[in-house]
Design a protein around this ligand. Structure first.
Ligand code: ARG
Ligand code: ZN
Length: 874
């Protein structure tokens, strides 16, 4: 059941047009499909049988050129509909019956809070009708939707509405036509009782685009932020990538039950409610920023994904990597470049590096898979984006833009490969990227070992960089990759030194991007009078690990002197990691290096510093990151060491924290600007730290902030601080108040669940069981599952890794339970267990045993099967 890239064949048949008619009812839906099919001239297969994909369909009839086929003329195998003999060109009509109301997998057509909606990527269209469900079959769609008019007044599909009217029995219909050929994974349909929010956007060529959002009536006031984000995205894509929107209408729909964040269906984007709806009272700053990024991401797909799509699912990163890069450039432009880079690098180093070092490690262009849904990963998305970013770094912004223009022009309307993308970049720039292509083929995080030496006599500083790439499942002995390595050198006063690669180089720059291509390089920098402090891998110029024997003195120096904001932050992280690591497993009274306190005091109290950067620098490396860096990780010991440092800092800086809180209190009218976001985050960090040390004044500040907050960032900041404190009575009080106030709002209830489940203080296993039994919990809603089970196993690490193994057994039980409801979500949830090899022997065995109970479940989905089996093979 493994699918291999090497077995790719062009489709034997092509579909030119798809004519769909949906009859939607409460007990099911009838789907009438008429396909105009012809033999693919590019295929060498000739007059082979026609094979269409299907899943969970009840076939009612099949007709060829209008003639019903008799029983012997076709075969319904369930997952395939086979018509043995077909002419070169013909029309095939298929009628199927499906049950959206019972579809808990949320793939294909399903119901969410009373509305019909679809999710077809990657292979959901086959749950709607029999079809060649692969992205290189592109067709023009016409879709007629029929439903009860009072229950489903709004009927939507891709493209433009061309006809509508009333039918018998209180029913009505709308017909939509999409002029752009598309793969079936971009098909969408929505039917419901929704309110419409309208706006317009005038494109660079003067066309007026109708922008519409459709949400449940109770969410009518939560659309403005997404709509504004959409307009900013449309303008930005014109300005930065020269991409204009193509249809006359662009629609966004919010649904509560959704497996992922959102989906870029042509002209009709469908969003998880939590990734699109916001008001200052109900959404945090982080949610506002996430919504802006996801709205942009889906919109950008219109070019990078829809106009130019993927040939097959091995090419997923073609659209996802490029589009993530585009949305991260957009977010950087809307806010702070340095802060966005810190966030992206943190996600890479914490979660993607872990994935790449685990059992599911795969290259950004995988060569095989069992279930493609398992490959919507941090590797495909985030590492994929880093790889495209490196191309941009190597080519420079102008040539990169030339390359992207060429790519869009050359491949518009086509389904292509990552190699076509790289080729366009090569052709536009004249650069040879053949070695660079290894980034697409080899999995694993490259490691750079950096050493240096200063030759006083010659004034030469020598930097030696050795590259190695660890073995990953199915891949050993890797070749060196082409790595852009940005660096600077600082003198003892923090002055940036010119980087002279030869003795006589004039006007040398103070930052360079070195290109690593060999297993070892030695770079010589000339004309220096003293040994410099290196600032390495600036801006995280490549997704690699850098090892260099930094002394704590050097890190402290970089924290205050590196002109590169990203590397100042990075130095702070490295220092904190070093100090925390040195305390893991040590007696409780082992002293904490006092220089950390000094550095943090300086950060907190110097208001002349960029406060957004200070806010990031104050965050200690997460437990997840410390675990990722460890081998044979002992999570409770890591947790204890980190807490120890946190409390030590909080005690030493107590007065500074109170002052920081007061200095940053109140910001006038709420707005999600980088300045305000930093202020709120700083004061909430101060609060959290004060509560860690049971500070009475901190407690009062938190309680007052909780009561008086006019926005969710502050209310949640206070709630989180109290939930993670030892003020148990206050904790129960504020949790109760919060629920009372927001119980009608599912997105806020999800936050309420996760703040508890993620807490090492409040989220004990007994509490987690209570949350699962809570009225508001629903196994069929992925957001609820993620906010309790996902938050517990993914964020409450010391709870999950309880020494008796109870956390593991708990997770295994929930995965088994969920596997029958929604395999995609079950396969995501099992990930923390699948990484069992990472942990200390005492934990490993119990994790493995829990995994084995999942493996032995009867009727295991292939989603979960793939993850569990890959993690158990020797
Ligand atoms: N293409 C969507 C996005 O990145 C994600 C769709 C994920 N679907 C899935 N079945 N895993 O915006
Ligand atoms: Zn995407």
């Amino acid at each position: 059941q493994t699918i291999y890239l090497s077995e790719y064949r062009v489709p034997a048949y092509l579909v030119d047009t798809v004519d769909l008619r949906f009859e939607l009812f409460e007990d099911g839906a009838r789907v009438h499909s008429t396909l105009a099919i012809r033999r693919n001239p590019e295929s060498e297969e000739g007059a082979v049988p026609l094979e269409l994909d299907g899943d969970s369909l009840v076939l009612e009839s099949v007709a060829l050129n209008g003639q019903d086929l008799a029983a012997g003329e076709f075969e319904d195998r369930g997952d395939k509909l086979i018509v043995a003999s077909v002419p070169e060109k013909f029309e095939l009509s298929v009628v199927t019956w499906i049950e959206p109301q019972n579809n808990t997998r949320l793939e294909g057509l399903y119901k969410s809070s009373g509305m019909f909606c679809t999710q077809c990527e990657a292979e959901g269209f086959r749950c709607i009708t029999f079809f060649p469900d692969r992205p290189d079959v592109m067709a023009r769609y016409k879709t007629r939707v029929e439903a009860d008019k009072s229950a489903y007044p709004v009927l939507l599909s891709n493209g433009n509405p061309i006809e509508s009217g009333d039918l018998d029995d209180g029913r009505h219909f709308v017909t939509w036509e999409d002029p752009f050929p598309k793969p079936c994974y971009l098909f969408a349909l929505v039917a419901g009782d929704l309110v419409e929010k309208r706006d317009t956007f005038t494109t660079c060529s003067g066309r007026d685009i109708d922008l519409r959002m459709y949400v449940e009536p109770r969410n009518a006031e939560k659309c403005d932020h997404a709509m504004d984000s959409l307009k900013r995205s449309m303008r930005w894509d014109e300005d930065v990538y020269g991409r204009e929107y193509d249809l006359d209408i662009f629609m966004i729909v919010a649904v509560d039950d959704f497996n992922m964040g959102a989906m870029e269906n042509k002209g009709l984007n469908i969003f998880n409610s939590s990734c699109v709806l916001a008001s200052k009272e109900t959404a945090t700053d982080a949610a506002f920023q996430r919504i802006e990024a996801i709205v942009a991401h889906e919109y950008f797909h219109n070019w990078s994904g829809n106009r130019v799509t993927c040939r097959d699912w091995f090419q997923l990163s073609l659209k996802e990597g490029f589009t993530v890069l585009r949305d991260s450039q957009f977010s950087a432009d809307m806010g702070s470049d340095t802060v966005k880079r810190i966030e992206d690098a943190t996600l890479m180093r914490t979660a993607q590096f872990a994935e790449d070092a685990g059992p599911m490690s795969h290259p950004i262009r995988p060569s095989s898979y069992i279930e493609i849904s398992n490959f919507y990963t941090l590797t495909i998305y985030e590492k994929g984006a880093e790889v495209v970013r490196m191309i941009r770094t190597l080519l420079g912004p102008e040539l990169f833009r030339k390359g992207s223009d060429l790519y869009f022009e050359r491949h518009d309307g086509q389904a292509v490969t990552t190699d076509d993308f790289v080729k366009a970049m090569e052709d536009a720039s004249g650069r040879d990227l053949s070695q660079f292509r290894l980034w697409y083929e080899q999995a694993g995080t490259p490691v750079l070992e950096v050493t240096d030496q200063f030759d006083q006599g010659q004034g030469v500083y020598r930097l030696t960089i050795r590259q190695s790439i660890p073995d990953t499942p199915g891949q050993a002995d890797k070749k060196p990759q082409h790595i852009p390595f940005a660096l600077g050198l600082l003198d003892e006063h923090g002055k940036a030194l010119p980087l002279r690669l030869s003795v006589d180089e004039q006007d040398a720059p103070t930052e360079r991007v070195l290109e690593l291509t060999d297993a070892e390089h030695v770079f010589e920098f000339h004309g220096l009078t003293e040994k410099p402090v290196p600032s390495l891998l600036r801006h995280f110029s490549a997704p690699v690990r850098v090892h260099y024997p930094w002394t704590r003195e050097q890190l402290l120096f970089l924290i205050s002197h590196d002109p590169d904001g990203f590397n100042r932050w990075d130095a702070g992280q490295r220092l904190a990691v070093d100090i925390i690591q040195s305390l893991v497993g040590q007696p409780k009274d082992t002293p904490v290096d006092p220089r950390l306190v000094t550095a943090y005091r300086h950060l907190i109290s110097d208001s002349a510093l960029d406060q957004a950067l200070v806010d990031k620098m104050l965050q200690l490396p997460s437990e997840a990151y410390l675990v990722e860096l460890a081998s044979d990780a002992d999570v409770p010991a890591i947790h204890a060491a980190r807490e120890r440092v946190l409390k030590h800092l909080a005690i030493a800086l107590r007065d500074d924290l109170v002052a920081c809180y007061r200095r940053n209190a109140g910001d006038g009218d709420y707005a999600v600007t980088p300045e305000q976001v930093a202020r709120r985050s700083l004061r909430n960090t101060a609060l959290a730290w004060l509560l860690m040390i049971n500070d009475e004044e901190g407690r009062e500040l938190a309680l007052r902030q909780f009561r008086e907050a006019d926005n969710m960032t502050d209310r949640m900041g206070a709630l989180r601080a109290l939930v993670n404190s030892e003020y148990e009575a206050d904790r129960d009080q504020v949790l109760g108040d919060f629920y009372q106030r927001f119980q009608a709002d599912p997105q806020v209830v999800e936050q309420w669940f996760s703040v508890q489940a993620a807490s090492s203080v409040a989220g004990r296993l007994g509490k987690i069981h209570d949350l699962l039994a809570h009225d508001a919990f629903d196994w069929r809603n992925p957001n609820k599952v993620r906010s309790v089970v996902g938050a517990f196993a993914g964020q409450n690490l010391s709870g999950f890794h309880a020494e008796d193994g109870s956390g593991y057994e708990f997770l295994a039980d929930q995965v088994c339970r969920l596997d029958d409801i929604n395999p995609q979500i079950a396969a995501r949830l099992v990930t923390p267990l699948a990484r069992w090899r990472k942990f200390a022997p005492a934990y490993r065995g119990k994790m493995k045993a829990a995994l084995e109970t999942v493996r032995d479940k009867s009727g295991l989905s292939k989603d979960v099967y793939e993850v569990v089996h890959k993690s158990l093979v020797d």
